[in-house]
Design a protein around this ligand. Structure first.
Ligand code: KG4
Ligand code: ZN
Length: 334
């Protein structure tokens, strides 16, 4: 079963062809970073327009790279939400039209289900059930995953998402957008213990997060060290990153203990973070827990993960219809 995946929930227009929900035949991601960079964040109206320009060439490129024609597809999976409504509508309407024209089944996919399914595109995926940490620009949550699209929410951020905290700290220090990869790179030049920031664990037995406090602590540090903070940027970033990574690592390992699971997955844009990958592997290794983190190209938004999740929905008989619409917010608590 060859599924065309389409993703347009935020600032990436992506298309992919995936076989049996496991094998990527092609995966094309067209990023709008350059369009939004001058504004320091995604401008929704610009994002929708860019998706309209990109959607046809990106799908053509994905089909070409998979050496396929539209007629060879068995189904289409498209992100239905959560995300920016104007952006989602571009991919969703496109998928509707193409599926209708070809007379093939299509299904709307939850973007977060997509991220969780990114681990199944790697050679050694976890068996069910497992616990997953989803860390991105819009979400930070822990799930108990019982099936490809069956997951129970164990906790989530009460304020900023982890990626949002990275982006805001980067903006504060004038380092650019998006902040995650910039901070990841610069933090390597600093020491994580020279300037320390508070770790917000909230209730250590629960799986909720809060990242707005650390963001404010960084801001306060900058204000009280106006004359010297410029030279300390690598240390500030390393200290900030260590605090975030320590909390994320603690919570996902604690979730594994709570669910008596010896398998954890870390997914989403922030799962590309080199320190998070290292720390989770270190700590889990000590406890004999296996760690599943997708390769960096599958951490950020992509359409292969949408095709992977959509494959299981379609296989189980789920279908969307022409009256279905996109949604901006939802939990995947099933
Ligand atoms: O999953 P994603 O591409 O989009 C959402 O669904 O939000 O995640 C984007 C987020 C951004 O906040 C970005 O700064 C962050 O992931 N990110 C990183 C890294 N690469 C991307 N954060 C930390 N370290 C990275 N290497
Ligand atoms: Zn995402």
């Amino acid at each position: 079963m060859q599924i065309l995946g389409i993703e347009s929930s935020c600032d990436e227009t992506a298309a992919a062809v995936v076989n049996q929900g496991r094998t990527i035949l092609s995966s094309v991601v067209s990023s709008q970073i350059e369009v939004h960079r001058p504004y320091g964040g995604v401008v929704p109206e610009l994002a929708s327009r860019k998706h309209i320009e990109a959607i046809i060439p990106v799908v053509r490129q994905a089909l070409g790279a998979a050496k396929m024609e539209l007629q060879g597809l068995d189904g289409i999976a498209v992100t239905q939400g959560p995300g920016l409504v104007g952006s989602l509508l571009v991919g969703f309407s496109f998928a509707k039209a193409v599926a209708y024209a070809l007379g093939i089944p299509w299904v709307g996919v939850n973007h977060l289900d997509g991220h969780i399914n990114s681990v199944f595109l790697e050679p050694d995926p976890p068996a069910f059930p497992f616990v997953a940490l989803l860390v991105s620009g819009g979400h930070t949550a822990v799930y108990h995953v019982r099936g490809h699209t069956r997951m129970e929410l164990m906790g989530q951020t009460l304020d900023d998402a982890a990626g949002e905290a990275y982006d805001k700290v980067s903006k504060m220090l004038g380092l650019g957008y998006p902040g995650g990869s910039i901070i990841d790179r610069l933090a390597k030049k600093g020491s994580p213990d020279r300037i320390t920031f508070p770790r917000s664990f909230l209730d250590k037995r629960q799986f909720d997060f809060s990242f707005s406090g650390i963001k404010t602590a960084v801001m306060r540090y900058i204000h009280t060290h106006q004359s010297q903070y410029q030279e300390q940027i690598p240390d500030i970033l390393a200290g900030f990153q260590e605090a975030v990574v320590e909390v994320l690592t603690y919570k996902i390992l604690r979730a594994a203990v709570e669910k008596r699971s010896d398998r954890i997955a870390v997914v989403g844009g922030v799962a590309a973070n080199s320190r998070l990958r290292e720390k989770v592997r270190q700590e889990a290794g000590r406890k004999g827990i296996s760690v599943h983190i997708p390769s960096v190209s599958l951490c950020g938004d992509n359409a292969a993960m949408i095709a992977a999740a959509g494959y299981h929905l379609l296989k189980n008989g789920n279908r969307s219809d022409m009256n279905d619409d996109v949604y901006s917010k939802i939990n995947i608590d099933a």
